[in-house]
Design a protein around this ligand. Structure first.
Ligand code: ZN
Length: 151
């Protein structure tokens, strides 16, 4: 777990400093807003759905803490170009990971780079920061128009 913890720190710092797919998305067919009042994180997620329902492209913008920004940045990389079912499965695995008991071995199956978020388990206050982007993506995919709130 020590390697993962170090990777967690460096990955969060990197994605916070240089968020990927940041800014409005031209040709977006869905958008959703997310807000985590506990921390003050605010995100807007843009999705361009393909005609087969898969996620063609995805971007985000907003302001928040390092964890929410890094999580959103990595969410866009993980979801881009993926079939809807695969995005859904990743979302559920990610949520399962960050909300699992920190004293148990994390289940990192199918998470790829997102595995670094196992580090969030040790900071329960930060779980909502890490999941905000994914909940907001879910809302965009579902065509939900009310803003997502973590509270
Ligand atoms: Zn936050």
């Amino acid at each position: 777990m020590d390697d993962l913890r170090e990777l967690y720190q460096t990955t969060i710092l990197d994605h916070n400093k240089r968020p990927r797919n940041f800014g409005p998305l031209e040709g977006a067919t869905r958008t959703a807003d997310g807000h985590n009042p506990l921390c003050g994180d605010k995100l807007k997620v843009y999705v361009a759905l393909e005609s087969d329902g898969s996620v063609g492209d995805v971007s985000f913008e907003g302001e928040g803490c390092a964890i929410s920004t890094a999580s959103a940045s990595m969410m866009t990389e993980a979801a881009r170009g993926k079939p809807r079912e695969e995005v859904q499965a990743t979302l559920e695995r990610f949520h399962g990971l960050v909300t699992s008991d920190p004293t148990t071995d994390p289940n990192l199956e199918g998470l790829g780079k997102l595995a670094v978020f196992a580090g969030v388990r040790e900071y329960p206050m930060r779980v909502k920061c890490a999941t905000l982007a994914w909940h907001t993506l879910q809302a965009a995919l579902d065509g939900q128009t009310d803003p997502v709130k973590t509270e």
